[in-house]
Design a protein around this ligand. Structure first.
Ligand SMILES: [Zn+2]
Length: 153
């Protein structure tokens, strides 16, 4: 799923769980769980590094939303800002390992990358994996739910 969805999911866990190790573990698990839902991706195995401006925009949107929520709501969180940061970091980590494996050629990460890829219902490069509205309704729904959960906290 897009990084914004993962950022919001990690922030929700971090804001609600006190134990930082639990936040880290659950954030990784939730990433894999979310990827089970069909979704398009704006990068595929053929994407080159020059397409990474899309990642920059995605990250900027995700972090802006978190910053806006924290700014507007004032800061209240069970585990502190630190746990929100931990949640976000570990929610992004699975996609980080894919990046390091494919684009930084870190071969030892292949098992992680293969497991991650195997969770996706549709094959990388298939029409169902294209980034378009009808393929990304789960992204929108989950982002909305996570946004509401953290904004209303
Ligand atoms: Zn993923």
């Amino acid at each position: 799923m897009i990084l914004t969805t993962h950022i919001l999911s990690g922030a929700v866990l971090g804001a609600n769980i006190q134990n930082p190790y639990a936040v880290a573990g659950l954030s990784i698990a939730l990433h894999f769980l979310l990827d089970l839902f069909p979704h398009g991706d704006y990068l595929n195995k053929k994407s080159g590094l020059r397409e990474f401006w899309k990642v920059a925009i995605d990250l900027a949107i995700g972090f802006s939303l978190i910053a806006a929520i924290l700014f507007c709501r004032g800061f209240t969180s069970t585990g502190g800002l630190q746990n929100i940061a931990i949640g976000i970091f570990f929610s992004l980590l699975p996609d980080g390992t894919t990046f390091l494996h494919i684009w930084m050629k870190m071969k030892f990460l292949k098992p992680v990358k293969d497991f991650h890829e195997s969770l996706h219902r549709h094959e990388n490069g298939s029409p169902e994996r294209q980034f378009r509205l009808k393929n990304n309704l789960w992204d929108i729904l989950f982002s909305l739910i996570f946004f509401i959960l953290i904004a209303l906290r």
